[in-house]
Design a protein around this ligand. Structure first.
Ligand SMILES: Cc1cc2nc3c(=O)[nH]c(=O)nc-3n(C[C@H](O)[C@H](O)[C@H](O)COP(=O)(O)OP(=O)(O)OC[C@H]3O[C@@H](n4cnc5c(N)ncnc54)[C@H](O)[C@@H]3O)c2cc1C
Length: 422
């Protein structure tokens, strides 16, 4: 027999292959961990938990049979990539010993430690990991509801919306106007709207050179701003017009029938309108009582345990992760830290304070990549930047450097999706 005394130390005895955590004795049920959401955070966390202790019973709840990734979906919108390259199944996760319930979590009872599923069954847990991503705040922008999104797509949840925006760009005549509206912080993927503007500009330059792109922004500054703006001047002169908050960029209402966007200063008529609306943590986080009045979920920066409900951990876009942006890279990093912390807690140990890394690559053109990197640690109850660590791509890099960063971006996507789903 193998008896686990701590996470790292084993006592070997008779030859049965049973490993026991200190809380377990023979005949006692295995520790149950339920993970809600099979995206970058949840799927990574489920796998990391199995690796941390193969005796954990790990269940992953995800309604979709395949996951559709947002990173690189801007390249799909620009016609540079097929949608099939964005889709990933759950076979490898099942093969890793994780029970995948293709179902939707509809309620969480933190007292009973029970998750209810749409299909009618329920899952009991010792620890629950919530990684459900974002929801669109349909009440935040007058005129923008699910019906309007069928005309003015957000394409901020990858899938049909991504393809709809692609088709609209394809159908737009040369000389048309594309209008993108970007929300105030915080939102999923801070550099995403600017990567999208860049790649759409690339498409317009090639296919519809008399067209124009207006980017209406609810902010006065944005991620990798100087890098983006320098590249726009160089690659797409006079094509992209960025309208900052101070210059009247905040969209206050839309009208899908006329495809118009209204700001405090002006009304913009679009041939193609991409509305990236305000967001919040996905519905199940609200139902579980782990989201606060901001709509996002406060967490402990060492364990990612909810500050509002015990035994529930929140990772990825849904969490308030301090200085860490809402990215797939960050969700993956948080998932591993959270899995280690949960394993430690279940083994009666104290989790060590983590260091987390994030890197966000953006494509300005297919062979032109830029990046921003950060390192974070817990301080004062938050995740904060490690001073002096991280940075952005140089402003004055030569073309081969930009091409290399574009290649790194692709390599990152291949690696993270292989690690998560492969
Ligand atoms: C256009 C665009 C480009 C991006 N580019 C990049 C990039 O280059 N690099 C980068 O790092 N990040 C990028 N991102 C951000 C990245 O997509 C997100 O940060 C990442 O997906 C967050 O991971 P997550 O696990 O929190 O959520 P998700 O990956 O969205 O996963 C959430 C999962 O939870 C499931 N779920 C939700 N509710 C329930 C429920 N009730 N029951 C069961 N399951 C549920 C959903 O179906 C989904 O599968 C981009 C985003 C966009 C929109």
């Amino acid at each position: 027999m193998v008896i686990r005394t701590t996470r790292r130390h084993f006592l070997t005895g008779a030859a049965t292959a049973v490993a026991l955590s200190p809380k377990l004795s023979l005949g006692q049920a295995r520790l149950r961990i339920v993970v809600i959401g099979g995206g970058f955070g949840g799927a990574t966390c489920a796998r990391a938990l199995r690796r941390a202790d193969p005796q954990f019973e790990v269940k992953l709840v995800e309604p979709n049979p395949t996951f559709t990734a947002c990173p690189f979906s801007n390249a799909v919108i620009a016609g540079l990539r097929g949608m099939a390259a964005q889709r990933f199944g759950y076979d490898a996760i099942r093969a890793a010993g994780i029970a995948v319930a293709q179902d939707q979590a509809t309620a969480v009872d933190p007292q009973a430690r029970r998750v209810s599923l749409r299909g009618g069954s329920a899952l009991d847990y010792d620890r629950l990991i919530l990684a459900p991503g974002i929801a669109i705040r349909w009440d935040a922008l007058p005129g923008y509801d699910e019906t309007a999104a069928a005309v003015m797509p957000h394409a901020w949840l990858a899938g049909d919306q991504t393809l709809l925006l692609r088709r609209q760009l394809d159908a737009m005549p040369d000389g048309g106007t594309v209008v993108i509206s970007a929300p105030a912080n915080p939102f999923r993927c801070p550099p995403g709207p600017y990567e999208r503007a860049s790649l759409i500009a690339h498409y317009l330059t090639k296919a519809k050179p008399r067209s124009k792109l207006i980017l209406l922004d609810a902010k006065d500054s944005f991620s990798k701003q100087r890098l983006f703006q320098n590249a726009w001047q160089q690659l797409y002169p006079n094509l992209i017009e960025w309208v900052s908050l101070s210059n009247g960029g905040k969209v206050i209402s839309v009208d899908a029938k006329t495809r118009t966007l209204v700001t405090d200063f002006a009304t913009y008529k679009a041939d193609v309108a991409n509305i990236i609306p305000p967001q919040r943590a996905a519905e199940i986080a609200q139902l579980a009582g782990v989201a606060d009045r901001t709509g996002w979920c406060p967490i402990d920066p060492v364990t990612f345990e909810s500050r509002l409900q015990p035994n529930i951990h929140v990772i990825g876009d849904a969490a308030i992760a301090g200085a860490m942006p809402k990215s797939a890279f960050a969700a993956n990093a948080q998932a591993k830290v959270c899995a280690d912390a949960v394993a430690a807690l279940l083994h009666g140990e104290t989790p060590a304070p983590p260091k987390l890394i994030n890197t966000c690559y953006s494509l300005v053109a297919p062979d032109y990549g830029i990046s921003i990197a950060g390192v974070y640690h817990p301080a004062g109850g938050q995740l904060v930047d490690v001073e002096g660590a991280g940075g952005v791509s140089p402003l004055d890099a030569p073309a081969d450097f930009r091409a290399l960063e574009a290649a790194y971006a692709e390599a990152w996507f291949r690696t993270i999706t292989a690690e998560t789903f492969g």
